[in-house]
Design a protein around this ligand. Structure first.
Ligand SMILES: O=P(O)(O)OC[C@H]1O[C@H](O)[C@H](O)[C@@H](O)[C@@H]1O
Length: 666
């Protein structure tokens, strides 16, 4: 009887296993399992082997590799011997940090900030980006321990594996190579034995060519008018990154100039209200629709794409699609089936995760249409600058690594479950929503990369608003309620300058006064003694006391332009990857989004049956059935209008003049 791999590429006679099972020495166990592949299935389970493995599994540590028995995902009778990494929480480095926490809990940032040497070592700079983490609850000893944790987690090796194009997204069997999207032409980054950089540049060249033609009026709509407006349809990673970059650039004088006379809109939500908002004031004749979807199957995106196709064809006829609709996808077959000419499609690859795709055609096409290809290139260069730093800089100088380690420290040791992203820059208002997906979809996992239930929390809740808006909203909780580590992001030279006569500082300086003040307010707080000295009445003292000792980090960028936007993006992406590498999870899959999608499919089927055939709602629990019936009863039946009824030309879709897509039946 043989143990065999699914591909039968390596097999080990059971006799060998049986022989080893009679030995209790660790050495022979190691010998046995070293000879068994990391995924060896036994078609007929061997009770002897299973019992042996079950009893031995805790003592089979080989460095960081442990072995366990697992069930075959398809055949429950089959078993597997799989190697797994020890959980990071079981390592000496983790325990050392746990013990160290007691020491840190006795310190206060008020005192730590007095130590100039400490602070000096906690302000790092790379390529114009300054990061000050002296207001984190760490000492040099903490940093050493965090770096030891990184070593224990094999962080350097994992970063290397990512850049080498190894299939580190194990559950999807994919490489994670978004860094290749911003690599210069001459770089070599391989995936499955092939340098992918030429492919990247082939698409970038095609994007440059196409977007130049649209911008200079060589590519026009079917009626001969230039296409000045763009609606980019997409959701999640096919929306948030491009929206973040667009928002960052639209007020920058250089990019504002290059986008003069052009409009870029995003349509993400399947809510018809979003359609109305996206189309408000646009004309079919001058609009180009970009359907952005990695899979080209996402329900929201595809319905919105069909809706805008109807909008285009209702006014211009079906032949207009080839001039007015283009696509960005990895699935060119479905693009063609949808009716978009593959010649007008821009490809990317399955080694680009959706939330890491803004540097692919996903972001490059809409952004180049709006700002010109040169801007996109600068954005890619900024990201690449940080990529190189992340790849090559020693861990103790490496900005994304340090930020990732500090977040692990806050989440896993201090128990902070949330983090606030607070840019003191209105143009960064879409940074937090984008990072929310990058971080929470990447690290919101409950099991290790080997499928072990984590005995610690991974991931964090990210939220944020530009300062000073947040100050007048949720900062109360951050100052006196829960401890929420904050990222303060400031810009040295604003995109806009306003300095009114008679004011003591310019408007941007005023904004930045808050940037500097808030970080110290959180760190120092305000003591009872200080309040008493100010003559605050006793009954108000508890209410006005600020405990302080609340961690934050401050980041300063020289300006906010395409280059620094790329740097910022890459810093956050690699910080998130670092956290996942330390926690030992797969930061590059997202199985958690699937269940809701499949349940929605069931509801859709029932809703259609109820609407069109009057069938009763069935198969749901009491609560869902009741609410579904209430919904169906309260909303009138829809008819399917002709396209010209959907988008009557005399009605401009807008929030106060919404397209009447419904007809009352009874
Ligand atoms: O680009 P698409 O294939 O349309 O996917 C859009 C989004 O949908 C999914 O639900 C995923 O959770 C996201 O990671 C992805 O970015």
């Amino acid at each position: 009887m043989l143990l065999h791999t699914p591909a039968a590429s390596s097999s080990v006679p059971i006799a060998t296993a049986a022989a080893a099972s009679s030995s209790t020495s660790q050495e022979s166990c190691h010998r046995l399992f070293a000879s068994v592949s990391s995924s060896v299935f036994s078609a007929s389970p061997s009770p002897v082997l299973r019992r042996f493995l079950n009893t031995q599994q805790l003592s089979l540590g080989v460095g960081q590799q442990h072995l366990r028995i697992a069930h075959h995902p398809v055949c429950p009778m089959a078993t597997a011997v799989v190697s797994k990494s020890a959980l990071i929480s079981e390592t000496p480095a983790w325990n050392s940090l746990k013990n160290h926490l007691g020491h840190i809990n006795k310190t206060h940032l008020r005192d730590l900030l007095k130590d100039k040497d400490r602070c000096e070592g906690m302000i790092k700079e790379y390529d114009g980006v300054v990061v000050d983490f002296s207001r984190q609850r760490v000492t040099h000893e903490t940093l050493e321990k965090l770096l030891a944790l990184a070593k224990e987690a094999k962080l350097k090796e994992k970063i290397e594996s990512m850049f080498n194009g190894e299939h580190i997204n194990k559950t999807e069997g994919r490489a994670v190579l978004h860094v290749a999207l911003r690599a210069p032409r001459y770089e070599q980054i391989s995936c499955d034995g092939k340098n992918v950089v030429p492919d990247v540049w082939e698409v970038l060249d095609k994007i440059k060519d196409f977007t130049d033609r649209v911008r200079n009026g060589t590519w026009v709509g079917v009626t001969g008018k230039p296409l000045t407006d763009v609606v980019a349809i997409g959701i999640g990673g096919s929306f948030l990154g491009p929206l973040f970059v667009h928002t960052a650039l639209q007020t920058e004088p250089g990019t504002a100039k290059s986008s003069k006379g052009r409009r870029l809109r995003f349509l993400s939500n399947v809510d018809p209200v979003d359609v109305a908002c996206a189309l408000n004031g646009l004309e079919q004749e001058t609009t180009l629709v970009v359907v952005v979807s990695k899979t080209f199957t996402t329900a929201e995106t595809m319905l919105n794409a069909r809706t805008l196709r109807a909008w285009i064809t209702s006014a211009l006829g079906s032949e207009a699609v080839s001039k007015h609709m283009i696509a960005v996808s990895t699935n060119l077959k479905l693009v063609k089936e949808f009716g978009i000419d593959p010649a007008n499609a821009f490809a990317f690859w399955d080694w680009v995760g959706g939330r890491y795709s803004v540097c692919s055609a996903v972001g490059a096409v809409p952004l180049a249409l709006q700002y010109g290809f040169e801007t996109v290139q600068k954005f890619l260069e900024g990201a690449w600058s940080i990529d190189k730093h992340y790849h090559n800089a020693p861990l103790e100088e490496n900005l994304p690594v340090l930020l990732g380690l500090l977040t692990v420290w806050n989440v896993s040791f201090h128990g902070c479950s949330a983090m606030a992203i607070l840019p003191y820059c209105q143009a960064l208002q879409k940074l937090a929503p984008h990072i929310q997906q990058v971080s929470m979809e990447s690290n919101g996992k409950g099991v290790s990369i080997d499928g072990e239930t984590l005995p610690y929390e991974a991931g964090e809740i990210d939220f944020g608003e530009p300062g000073t808006n947040g100050q007048h909203s949720f900062y109360q909780l951050i100052h006196q309620g829960r401890v929420v580590p904050c990222d303060f992001i400031g810009i040295i030279k604003s995109q806009q300058s306003v300095y009114l006569k008679g004011e003591i500082v310019s408007n941007h300086d005023e904004l930045m006064c808050n940037f500097f003040a808030q970080a110290d307010a959180l760190a120092y707080g305000k003591t009872r003694e200080e309040l008493r000295a100010e003559g605050v009445p006793d009954y108000l003292i508890p209410h006005k006391t600020f405990t302080g000792n609340r961690p934050s980090l401050s980041m300063l960028l020289p300006t906010l332009d395409a280059y620094t936007t790329g740097q910022l993006l890459s810093i956050y992406e690699h910080r998130v990857a670092t956290m996942g590498f330390i926690w030992g999870i797969n930061s590059f899959d997202q199985w958690g989004v699937e269940l809701g999608k499949s349940l929605a499919t069931r509801v859709r089927t029932q809703m259609n049956a109820a609407r069109t055939k009057g069938e009763p709602v069935q198969g749901f629990n009491y609560s869902t059935t009741t609410l579904l019936n209430r919904y169906l009863k309260g909303k009138t039946q829809l008819l399917y209008p002709e396209p010209h009824d959907v988008f009557p030309s005399d009605i401009i879709p807008g929030t106060d003049n919404i397209v009447p897509t419904e007809k009352v039946e009874q």
